[in-house]
Design a protein around this ligand. Structure first.
Ligand SMILES: O=C(O)CCC(=O)C(=O)O
Ligand SMILES: [Fe+2]
Length: 347
């Protein structure tokens, strides 16, 4: 391919199948043990991780291994239902809640992720989208109990980030109040399908979660031992850019420590005037011998401010906007990038 030529679909495919460049980057591990008495120490560690990596693992967070195993069991029960039953609680883009399958197209790949997901919320976005108790007895109760536990952990982190940015301690907690109907926080159960081992007959790339940055405030991610695939790739200086580097770092599950992988989202990046980094990441499309090709489950807890929360960093780098506007802008940017990519590939 000459330097001036645009890549063909086939060439893009070959690029996606080329050996991945890896680089070791330390993912900080932060303990929340004795939170109240150690809050200043924990805040210092979180600020360092947020400014320099955008990803970190938290341990001693108070959610038991049994609770995490329990929600993964509920997730497997839900995804084990026939598609026509899951389709009774379909994904609503307007509410950002419900079940979708092979439907999420990422700007970085222009193709669907090979997965299904079920997004649950605390507020009115979830009306009519809970799977009913006759179909899955106990599901909603256990899911909500887990979501409240994840919220409690998130609130500890929010208190530290507020301190670090010289806001009142409860500033972010109030903006993310999950007892309000305006809450936009989402707990997403994810199920990636087993993919064929290469060389597969068509050369098709089975994307799992194409490279992206999350557009929420802060994500808590729960992974299962042995189900590798999450990788990060820093390289953004402002929350509005799509550029990223080309060397990846694996973030392996750490079930022995019951670790939660956390990452800063675009919203906290802009709310901190770009001081904290929202980092590109992906669940790799398996294509190399040591990749994980099996079925993969994960759970992402996306902290989102209430629709009417007012967002502006201490230095006022960006104009003030509401939680609802931020979400809408993020969606528009994602789809704009996708349109531009498609135009480039097609002409
Ligand atoms: O499944 C994972 O490990 C990551 C999922 C993710 O990055 C996302 O849904 O935003
Ligand atoms: Fe993500």
């Amino acid at each position: 391919m000459a330097a001036t030529d645009k890549p063909s679909q086939k060439e893009l495919q070959a690029l996606a199948m080329a050996p991945t460049k890896y680089i070791g980057r330390a993912i900080p591990e932060i303990s929340l043990r004795d939170f109240d008495s150690r809050i200043d120490q924990i805040t210092a560690e979180l600020l360092d991780a947020a400014e320099n990596v955008g990803f970190f693992c938290i341990v001693d967070h108070g959610i038991s291994k049994d609770a995490v195993d329990g929600i993964f069991n509920q997730s497997a029960r839900f995804f084990g239902l026939p598609d026509e039953v899951k389709a009774r609680v379909p994904f609503s883009p307007q509410h950002n809640a419900g079940w979708e399958k092979n439907a999420q197209v990422r700007p970085s790949t222009g193709a669907v992720d090979r997965k299904e997901s079920y997004q649950m919320q605390f507020g009115d976005g979830m009306e009519g989208r809970w799977v009913d108790d006759e179909t899955l007895p106990g599901f909603q109760e256990e899911a909500l109990s887990f979501m409240h536990q994840a919220q409690e952990v998130s609130e500890k982190l929010m208190r530290c980030f507020a301190r670090g940015l010289h806001f009142r301690d409860d500033y972010f907690i109030k903006a993310h109040n999950v007892s309000r109907q305006e809450s936009q926080t989402v707990c997403r159960l994810l199920h990636y399908f087993e993919t064929p081992q290469v060389p597969n007959p068509t050369g098709e790339v089975f994307h799992r979660a194409g490279a992206h940055a999350d557009w929420d405030f802060l994500t808590l991610l729960f992974q299962k031992e042995g189900q590798s695939g999450l990788e990060i790739c820093p390289g953004r200086e402002v929350s509005t850019s799509f550029g990223y580097g080309d060397a990846w770092t694996k973030v392996e599950p750490n079930a022995a420590k019951n670790a939660i992988v956390c990452n800063i989202g675009d919203l906290l990046m802009s709310w901190s005037d770009d001081r904290f980094k929202s980092t590109f990441h992906r669940v790799k499309a398996p294509c190399e011998p040591n990749d994980f090709y099996g079925e993969r489950y994960s759970i992402a807890f996306f902290n989102q401010p209430c629709r009417d929360a007012e967002i502006q960093g201490p230095l006022k780098k960006y104009p003030m906007i509401t939680g609802e506007e931020f979400a809408r802008n993020a969606m528009t940017r994602n789809y704009k990038a996708l349109r531009e990519k498609l135009i480039k590939v097609m002409d």
